[in-house]
Design a protein around this ligand. Structure first.
Ligand code: SF4
Length: 352
């Protein structure tokens, strides 16, 4: 599925029909009684140099999608392809153990918790040079120089090299986590809720650092988050997930100002107003998120949707691009007729 007006040869990562089902086993024989469809037929592309946000409530499948891309899980079905330095798209499922080892250089991850993602027994020098040593890159002194360079890039003094992670604040540790990810010169970095464990004041610094590094090094990010204000700040495009499926995908500004899916509208109504003059009516969704082991018939969102009609209860909508709105995908039968409420654009806020 093409998801933007840009040509497909500019895609760095292409995910097609990705599924991950986890079996539920019960009884003495541990028979499979049901499947949790954590990720169910997800397709999207990420273009070189962009930041694609993946948002949704807990359990919607965004972290499972990230783990599938990182090859931490084997998919139940679907393809994950990465553009290699030769320019060819490589299906990651075809890689052998050696190929996967090589791939780790190109795919890196920044984790949510900067406290547990760094080994407390290793110094900064050891932590940052470890990936280079594993991949046998450079001599010891070259690796050391590279560590110094990274520390400068992330705004820490090279003198901190001999310190242990406990000597740093949460924000500084997350900087180290980012340095460890970029030291390999990866083509794609998966950021899994990288600021949600940090204080609000530190969050902005880390987001700015990620943006600076993207500008300097041409990085590409898949940015997973549940905080929409953070997503708006950093992402070029956003995909919204609900019960294992993408329900809307668009450029960030369009999605925020004029959403096309009722679930996106509800999520946006919970974003705090950016100005005290702007009044907001929060949409309180009825009921609970659907169970991915036994989702409802038709549109998965229909038991909670304010705009539900008979068709929604029986027929599952397809993720489709709307007529006259290239690059805007939605999975709603009524997307052409509904006028949903977003949040004011940045320019309106600054004029307010
Ligand atoms: Fe709501 Fe129907 Fe659209 Fe689903 S298809 S989001 S139930 S209007």
């Amino acid at each position: 599925m093409q998801q933007d007006r840009r040509p497909r040869q500019d895609e760095l990562l292409r995910v097609t029909g990705l599924k991950k089902y986890f079996p539920i086993r019960k009884g003495f024989g541990k028979k499979i009684t049901a499947m949790v469809k954590a990720v169910d037929d997800v397709s999207f592309g990420i273009f070189k140099g962009e930041t694609l946000g993946l948002v949704g409530e807990s359990g919607c499948g965004k972290t499972t999608t990230a783990r599938l891309i990182m090859q931490a899980y084997l998919p139940t079905a679907g393809r994950i392809e990465l553009r290699r330095s030769s320019g060819e798209m490589q299906n990651l499922a075809e890689l052998d153990a050696r190929g996967l080892h090589e791939l780790r250089r190109e795919l890196q991850m920044v984790f949510q918790d900067p406290y547990s993602s760094l080994n407390p027994r290793m110094t900064v020098r050891e932590l940052l040079s470890e990936p280079l040593a594993i991949h046998r890159i450079g001599t010891k002194s070259e690796r050391e120089r590279r560590v110094e360079e990274m520390l400068e890039l992330i705004g820490l003094q090279p003198e901190y090299m001999n310190r242990y992670p406990h000597a740093f604040s949460g924000g500084q540790r997350q900087r180290l986590g980012i340095a460890r990810a970029i030291i390999m010169n990866p083509s794609l970095i998966v950021c899994d809720e990288p600021v949600s464990a940090l204080d609000v004041s530190v969050q902005a610094q880390i987001l700015n650092l990620l943006q600076d590094l993207q500008d300097k090094l041409g990085l590409t990010y898949l940015f997973i988050a549940h905080d929409l204000s953070v997503v708006r700040h950093i992402c070029d495009r956003v995909a919204v997930m609900y019960v294992g499926k993408i329900v809307e995908l668009a450029d960030t500004e369009s999605l925020f100002t004029a959403p096309l899916h009722p679930y996106t509208e509800a999520l946006l109504s919970a974003v705090p107003a950016s100005s005290p003059d702007l009044k907001k009516d929060r949409i309180l969704l009825r009921g609970e998120v659907a169970d991915p082991a036994s989702p409802p018939r038709g549109c998965y969102f229909h038991p909670r949707c304010l705009y539900v009609q008979e068709k929604c209860r029986t027929e599952e909508p397809k993720l489709r691009v709307l007529k006259g709105k290239p690059g805007r995908f939605t999975k709603c039968h009524r997307a052409d007729e509904l006028e949903l409420r977003g949040v004011p654009s940045f320019s309106e806020v600054s004029l307010a």
